[in-house]
Design a protein around this ligand. Structure first.
Ligand code: URA
Length: 244
């Protein structure tokens, strides 16, 4: 059966579907020895020989799904020109190529999924699927109800207004507050930018939930494999959102 080249690369665990598209556009991918830069190109994984940077790509049949409690001070990209620590450095026992589902900032802690299943990663990160992500943010100052309401209804950022969010004040400290915020968009540094927009910068940020999956008792830096039921239920959430 023929499939699109970028889908094949994602399924093989080379990179996410979007990052695979970039590899194709950059001329790094060849099919049967011919460089391919057209995104719609279809291939037959049984017959065609696909290479990325001249390395032969095979689809890994076994799929891995991992939940990691990411520590601050780790990047979610697979390569870093600055040589910083990578989240995949924490998965020493995993021999297959896996990559993060979406991203967390260098300084952000908490729940990060990693997989070699490109369809799973695609479904969970596609904006149209609106998968909810919940964060605990420790922020500077104490927010007024009016500020919190602005975050809930949508606030203007440099790349447009945010969608509605669930926002609850959990704890008031002396000069800081702890806020639980659930968003279903995945814009770059979104939570931090939302709080900056109301002049209450985030001091500490931790993701505690993705869809219906909680961070649970995982300690910082620890990881575990998802159960088949957890994988199914995350996938079901994303595909259900396709239905009218
Ligand atoms: N929002 C942020 O600001 N940072 C993250 O890492 C995730 C969401």
């Amino acid at each position: 059966m023929e499939i699109r080249l970028q889908k094949f690369l994602a399924q093989a665990g080379v990179a996410s579907r979007r990052a695979s598209e970039e590899l194709i556009l950059a001329g790094k991918v060849a099919v049967n020895g011919q460089t391919v830069t057209k995104l719609g190109t279809k291939i037959d994984p049984e017959k065609d020989l696909v290479t990325v940077n001249k390395k032969v790509i095979k689809v890994e049949k076994q799929k891995f799904y991992i939940a990691l409690n990411k520590p601050a001070g780790y990047i979610t990209s697979l390569k870093d020109p600055q040589g910083r620590k990578k989240v995949t450095d924490l998965l020493k026992d995993i021999q297959v190529r896996i990559y993060p589902v979406g991203r967390l900032d260098y300084e952000t802690e908490g729940l990060l999924l990693l997989t070699n299943d490109g369809d799973f990663a695609y479904n969970l990160t596609h904006p149209k699927h609106k998968i909810k992500k919940t964060y605990l943010a420790q922020v500077q100052g104490i927010q007024s109800e009016n500020d919190l309401q602005k975050l809930r209804t949508g606030i203007m950022l440099s790349d447009g207004p945010t969608a509605t969010a669930e926002v609850n004040l959990l704890k008031k400290g002396k000069n800081t507050a702890t806020i639980k915020i659930t968003i279903h968009e995945g814009r770059n540094r979104q939570v931090r930018r939302m709080f900056e927009a109301i002049n209450h910068p985030v001091l500490h940020l931790k993701r505690v939930r993705i869809g219906n999956l909680d961070l649970g008792a995982l300690k910082v830096g620890e990881y575990r494999f998802l159960t088949p039921l957890e994988v199914q239920s995350l996938l079901k959430m994303s595909t259900n959102s396709d239905k009218p």
